[in-house]
Design a protein around this ligand. Structure first.
Ligand SMILES: CCCCC/C=C\C/C=C\C/C=C\C/C=C\CCCC(=O)SCCNC(=O)CCNC(=O)[C@H](O)C(C)(C)COP(=O)(O)O
Ligand SMILES: Nc1ncnc2c1ncn2[C@@H]1O[C@H](COP(=O)(O)O)[C@@H](OP(=O)(O)O)[C@H]1O
Length: 381
């Protein structure tokens, strides 16, 4: 992996290279030869070197972008599938439950049911699964477990994404951001509203969370409801991809691109330069990807795979762009369905964007803010 090479083979900045003494022999030293192969700067040390651009530190690398593109692709594919599949299109839809009719005989698929085992055991406990996979990985992987600094920084990153998950889905100095967003955008708990906002009788609290609304037998209607499923599945899976991916890619020497970081003096360098000498792994045998994953990495890969599958199921069967009964009315903009239609088109998108915001803060900001990098570090470094 180019961004964290052992010292003798690591990436060299243009200034490093230009400072290198000329080789005394006609054939270049291994170091020089390697530097020529891996240098990825906009400027360079020698006119014979290929000129490759650095990845901007404030943007994901091309490999990260390719992985991130899988999420909108899954959501789009799911929406199109739900529109084109005759079974799904013709299955009756229950607006109150924001799902297909849950009857075994009528639901278009086992995965269209909210009580499917994967939803109940995996997604509804999603953060516990992501957390477990992460800790098994960092506490068993030789690259991380023996390195206190790496372990501590990985724990801090887990803390940052966990706080974001808590804020968005559980609690944000009161109701979670999803619930607050719903109310800010004009949503309310219908049916119970008469009881809870009542006729000035007092004694009944205003319903401010979706869970409380459900518990009161009401239905959460009107505002914009960010998809908690999309949020959790994207945040959790990309968190694991970051934490496991960079470590494994480095151990298996698989990636040929670098994360770039902004140094305190403003210089932009390959991320390998911020690894302490003692942390670089000289002389390590290169492993296959399976060996480099280890038990923890395989568990994490399974969790990521399940997240992808459940994201697809959410896109196909739940609050899709074309919620069944209202489909034609959506297109014709028949009131009062029009409002619902606007909501269903954006719920998944906002779930995705809110997850990406947390991931950007955890993984990209530290690349260009050195003080933050000191605290949260970079996975695999
Ligand atoms: C050893 C060193 C540690 C250093 C740590 C550093 C900092 C930590 C700082 C803060 C941590 C903050 C809080 C910790 C809280 C929890 C810890 C996490 C443990 C768990 O994961 S237990 C929770 C299990 N529950 C879930 O996973 C629920 C997941 N479900 C949901 O979020 C929702 O149901 C939904 C979003 C999927 C869908 O919502 P609905 O549609 O059902 O409304
Ligand atoms: N892949 C999936 N499998 C089963 N149920 C799903 C699902 N995706 C979303 N749902 C259900 O759709 C509703 C809205 O989800 P969200 O807002 O999190 O995106 C939730 O219903 P309940 O709240 O009745 O459990 C949730 O359980």
């Amino acid at each position: 992996m180019a961004d964290d090479q052992p010292p003798s083979r690591r990436y060299k900045s243009p200034s490093d290279l230009s400072r290198s003494p000329p080789s005394s022999s006609s054939s270049p030293s291994p170091t020089t030869r390697h530097a020529r192969i891996t240098a990825t700067s906009t400027t360079h040390s020698s006119s014979s070197q290929p000129q490759r651009r650095r990845n901007p530190p404030y943007l994901p690398t091309p490999a990260e972008l390719a992985l991130l593109a899988i999420y909108p692709s899954l959501l789009t594919f799911g929406a199109l599938f739900s529109l084109l599949s005759p079974e799904t299109r013709n299955a009756p839809y229950d607006h109150a439950r924001q799902a297909h009719v849950q009857d075994y005989a009528l639901a278009p698929s086992y995965f269209a049911r909210k009580d499917n085992l994967f939803n109940v055991v995996f997604v509804k406990r999603g953060w516990a699964w992501v957390t477990a996979a992460f800790w098994v990985f960092v506490l068993t992987h030789p690259t991380v477990k023996h390195n206190g600094r790496r372990l501590a920084r990985a724990a801090v990153r887990w803390g940052v994404v966990t706080v974001w998950w808590v804020f968005v889905t559980q609690w944000f100095f009161g109701p979670a951001i999803i619930d607050r967003g719903f109310r800010w955008s004009g949503g309310k708990c219908e049916v119970v509203e008469e009881q809870v906002f009542g006729q000035g009788e007092g004694g009944v609290r205003e319903v401010v969370t979706a869970a409380a609304c459900r518990a009161s037998g009401g239905s959460w209607r009107g505002g914009h409801d960010i998809s908690g499923h999309v949020f959790l599945l994207v945040l959790g899976s990309f968190f694991l991809v970051q934490e496991v991916g960079w470590v494994v890619a480095r151990r298996a020497r698989r990636l040929r691109e670098e994360r770039c970081v902004v140094m305190p003096d403003g210089a932009v360098k390959g991320a390998g330069v911020v690894a302490d000498r003692g942390e670089r792994q000289e002389g390590e045998a290169v492993l296959t990807v399976m060996d480099a994953l280890g038990l923890g990495g395989r568990l994490a890969a399974a969790v990521v795979g399940l997240c992808g599958w459940m994201l697809l199921m959410t896109a196909i069967y739940f609050h899709t762009w074309f919620e069944k009964v209202s489909q034609t009315r959506c297109l014709k903009k028949v009131s009062p369905v029009r409002e619902t239609c606007a909501n269903v088109t954006t719920r998944q998108l906002t779930g995705l964007l809110v997850a990406l915001a947390g991931l950007y803060v955890t993984y990209i900001l530290p690349r260009w803010i050195p003080a933050m990098r000191e605290i949260v570090g970079l996975p695999g470094i």
